[in-house]
Design a protein around this ligand. Structure first.
Ligand code: GDP
Ligand code: MN
Length: 398
């Protein structure tokens, strides 16, 4: 699960990491009011930032640093009326419904700091770079040596010496070393305590020296968090941050029915039982030149109603030009799938070719049910095995 930047900043602030103050707003007037409060409070600048579950906002023009309330009005009006398109969004972009209006800061230097799971090392890892900011992806590609990593001990976490070593390696000096090391310690603790899969501060900034802060201040001015869905049951506060409006509607609907569904870009709708079988079904579709429209695992214990809902979701996708049902009935009974096909045919209708491959528990009963339903599904073909099924559905959509 992902959350918005304004929520992530709150988690950072609660963990004792310095974050400039700000508030989430949903309309232009509130953005202006918030900006006036920030400017009256003595901040030299205001930053207006689109709150969507995608990065690359700065380059897309959806992070604006301005100095007057009037400019905040313009920035807010633009962002709330344009879709944001970046390399991290779908091609059609994302609608912006929320903005963060925060105090802007002067920046002397930008750093990158994150904790992520390093699967090769099988542990969480602190990742840092002195070349933070909007070019971090390019840095990682062109100059991987500029990305520093410290693995975290699974029980002891980040050791103080590791944090200091990283802080020096990043080029911090004077009082900044202690501040940066402290932020690293706190960030690894937030990662652990919230069952996160990624916590990222990009950029972490140092402000120019002032009278009040002769060594500058180390501040987090952007934050991105993702969490392990399997831990949400014990992370009530995090779970409450869920914003359903940022999710794919078909995926939400499938979730509610207890189905594992991931929307994809192709045109062959897939209904399969078991994640492994679903993956191999997608592979074999690709092998025969087709493109899956989704990953869908109905699992072993899905009810007839849940499977019917799965067909409703697949058939509601206008990109779907053919459907492949691939069931290897172990715990799942084939006749339950057959009955769901029959109800979906009556209720929604299969306007597109349907290829069915069924094997396993109650397969004879299932075949009888499908035979009975054949009149309602003239586009249905039975396949003898998985290869035959993939060939048939790919030919049907070609
Ligand atoms: P992202 O592009 O989606 O990662 O959005 P960020 O919040 O990281 O902002 C992008 C860039 O805008 C940052 O790398 C900064 O260079 C700049 N920026 C963001 N907030 C401020 C601010 O308060 N002051 C200044 N001077 N620049 C900022
Ligand atoms: Mn950023």
């Amino acid at each position: 699960m992902r959350i918005h930047e304004y929520q992530a900043r709150q988690l950072l602030a609660d963990a004792g990491i310095a974050v400039p103050p700000g508030a989430m707003v949903q309309n232009i007037d509130d953005a202006v009011a918030q900006a006036k409060a920030i400017l009256n409070g003595g901040a030299p600048m205001v930053v207006v930032k689109a709150q969507v579950h995608a990065g690359g906002r700065g380059k897309a023009g959806f992070v604006k640093v301005v100095r007057t309330a009037e400019e905040v009005r313009e920035a807010a009006a633009f962002m709330l009326s344009h879709r944001m398109i970046s390399p991290q969004t779908p091609p059609e972009g994302l609608e912006v419904k929320r903005l963060l209006v925060a105090a802007g800061v002067e920046i002397a230097k930008e750093y990158y700091l994150a904790v992520a799971v390093d699967r090769a090392r099988r542990t969480a890892t602190l990742i840092a770079s002195a070349e933070g900011g909007v070019e971090i992806e390019a840095v990682a590609e062109r100059n991987p040596a500029a990305i520093l990593k410290e693995p975290l001990h699974p029980l002891a976490g980040l050791q103080p010496y590791q944090a200091r070593k990283l802080a020096y390696a990043l080029g911090f000096s004077g009082r900044q070393v202690g501040q940066a090391a402290d932020i690293m310690q706190r960030l690894t603790r937030v990662f652990h305590n919230t069952d996160a899969s990624l916590v990222e501060i990009n950029p972490l900034v140092v402000t120019p020296p002032t009278e009040a802060h002769p060594d500058g201040q180390v501040l987090a001015i952007d934050a991105k968090f993702s969490f392990d869905d399997n831990a949400l049951f014990r992370q009530k506060r995090i779970a409450e941050m869920f914003d359903p409006t940022e999710e794919n509607p078909a995926e939400l609907r499938a979730n509610a029915a207890g189905l594992s569904y991931v929307a994809l870009d192709g045109n062959i709708g897939c209904l399969v039982n078991g994640a492994g079988l679903a993956m191999s079904t997608m592979d074999i579709i690709k092998l025969h030149g087709g493109e899956p429209a989704n990953f869908l695992d109905v699992g072993g214990s899905a009810s007839e109603e849940a499977v019917t809902e799965a067909f409703r979701i697949i058939l509601a996708d206008t990109a779907v030009k053919g459907v492949l049902v691939n069931i290897f009935g172990g715990i799942m009974q084939c006749d339950r799938i057959a009955r769901a096909i029959s109800s979906a045919a009556k209720e929604v209708g299969f306007q597109v070719p349907l290829v069915v491959r069924l094997e396993g528990t109650n397969v004879d009963a299932a075949r009888a049910i499908l035979e009975e339903a054949r009149k309602e599904i003239p586009s249905m073909q039975s396949a003898s095995d998985l290869t035959d099924a993939a060939k048939r559905v790919c030919a049907a959509v070609a």
